[in-house]
Design a binder for this molecule. Structure first.
Ligand SMILES: [Zn+2]
Ligand SMILES: [Zn+2]
Length: 167
């Protein structure tokens, strides 16, 4: 199942983790990119679509497997750089040091990581926990805390389901 659909000309996201609906008001992918200050090209639109279709973090290899057009490596890297810089996507943690990227599903102005990430021990996928409230840290013993990263590990719903079937 895709994790977004178009309804009344809006892109409607279905959050992969808890199936909550996240509404965003954009008429097209072109408008979506424009909202982030990115000029859309056929490849950038394709790349955006790939991120929208996957509810978990994607590596370079994952992306290459999903890209159907034939861009050169420089085009892919440049598009990723722009998406990262403008906040369309963000880096997510993984089990090894390989870079993974996921669609940012929060306010455009907010580039900082302000949600927890969930690492599934079984399928090794990384999910954004956009709706899980983070504890608020301010200052502690003279340390001024400006950001926090929370990484949770466990079994994702889809792996848990398979376990039940097998068991
Ligand atoms: Zn899993
Ligand atoms: Zn995330």
């Amino acid at each position: 199942m895709e994790n977004y659909f178009i309804k009344d000309n809006n892109v409607v996201f279905i959050e992969g983790v808890n199936d909550d609906f996240l509404m965003k008001k954009f008429n097209s992918k072109r408008e979506y990119l424009c909202n982030y200050g990115i000029r859309s090209t056929p490849f950038r639109t394709e790349l955006l679509e790939i991120f929208m279709e996957n509810s978990y973090g994607l590596t370079h290899k994952d992306l290459q497997q999903r890209i159907k057009s034939n861009p050169d490596k420089a085009t892919i890297y440049r598009a990723l750089d722009i998406f990262l810089e403008k906040g369309v996507i963000h880096k997510v943690p993984g089990f090894n040091s390989v870079s993974k990227y996921a669609l940012t599903q929060e306010e455009v102005s907010c580039h900082s990581e302000n949600h927890a990430h969930f690492l599934c021990k079984r399928c090794k996928k990384t999910f954004c926990m956009n709706d899980l409230a983070l504890p608020e840290y301010t200052n502690f013993n003279g340390f001024s805390i400006t950001s926090a990263r929370l990484v949770l590990e466990g079994i994702c719903p889809s792996c848990a389901e398979q376990e039940v079937v097998v068991g």
